[in-house]
Design a protein around this ligand. Structure first.
Ligand code: FE2
Length: 234
């Protein structure tokens, strides 16, 4: 095992602020003391690792989780998981969870007055290939209201979790859709001050990956660290 590699720090404003008062929950959980930087050790690079044997190959198609077809627009979401130098991150476990087409999660805490879909659970996973690629087939999620402030609505989004080269390197983020009119009003999206960095959370329409007569496609690359890193939740 070689020594842990160093990495470039983020530019200020390119990751979500711990404290972003328009996002109410951040006020309660933001640290009040300065953060302590812990140096990387072998623990971070030698921890347990997920591999292909941990993955259900069918779990990348969220439209086939149940017995029937879910309601909504089928979409393909794919991309690459990359390190700070643009190199592929192989065998990275990628997990997603999302609301159904009506904007409701299948979770007891979600009491939004919108229908559940018996044919859509809204969770899937896969593992990246040798080029760092992943691919999901799913349903375009609906926007949903939330209690952050009066008439608050979340833009359509898909939650992502990715594991880097070791178990201790889990990162969580959200993918948005191009042209969503709710983005300028969303306190979570706007936690990241730097506009260019923030816009890395917006997927790109991907004509090449569309399936004729079946599904439109979106591309979402995830950069785990460095100056071009995807903003990650804190
Ligand atoms: Fe959500």
């Amino acid at each position: 095992m070689s020594d842990p590699a160093g990495y470039r720090r983020f530019y200020p404003g390119t990751q979500p602020n711990h404290l972003h008062p328009p996002y109410r929950s951040s006020v309660k959980r933001a640290p009040e003391q300065p953060l302590i930087v812990l140096a990387h050790t072998l623990t971070e690079v030698t921890g347990p690792l997920f591999g292909p044997k941990d993955v259900d190959v069918k779990a990348c198609d969220l439209t086939k989780e149940e017995h029937g077809d879910p309601i909504g627009e089928r979409i393909v979401v794919s991309g690459r998981v990359l390190d700070e130098n643009g190199r592929p991150v192989r065998n990275s476990l990628v997990e997603v969870w999302q609301a159904n087409a009506a904007g409701r999660y299948r979770h007891r805490n979600d009491q939004h007055n919108a229908p559940l879909d018996p044919n859509f659970a809204g969770a899937g996973h896969t593992i990246t290939d040798a080029d760092g690629r992943y691919r999901f087939v799913t349903i375009r999620p609906g926007e949903y209201p939330w209690g952050n402030h009066y008439n608050a609505w979340r833009p359509a989004h898909i939650h992502f979790s990715v594991f880097g080269p070791a178990f201790a390197t889990r990162l969580v983020t959200q993918m948005y859709f191009p042209g969503d009119p709710l983005l300028p009003f969303d306190p979570i999206f706007n936690c990241t001050a730097d506009e260019k960095a923030r816009n890395r959370l917006i997927s790109a329409f991907d004509w090449e990956k569309t399936i004729p007569s079946e599904a439109l496609a979106y591309r979402f690359d995830i950069v785990l660290c460095g100056r071009d890193a995807t903003p990650m939740e804190v």
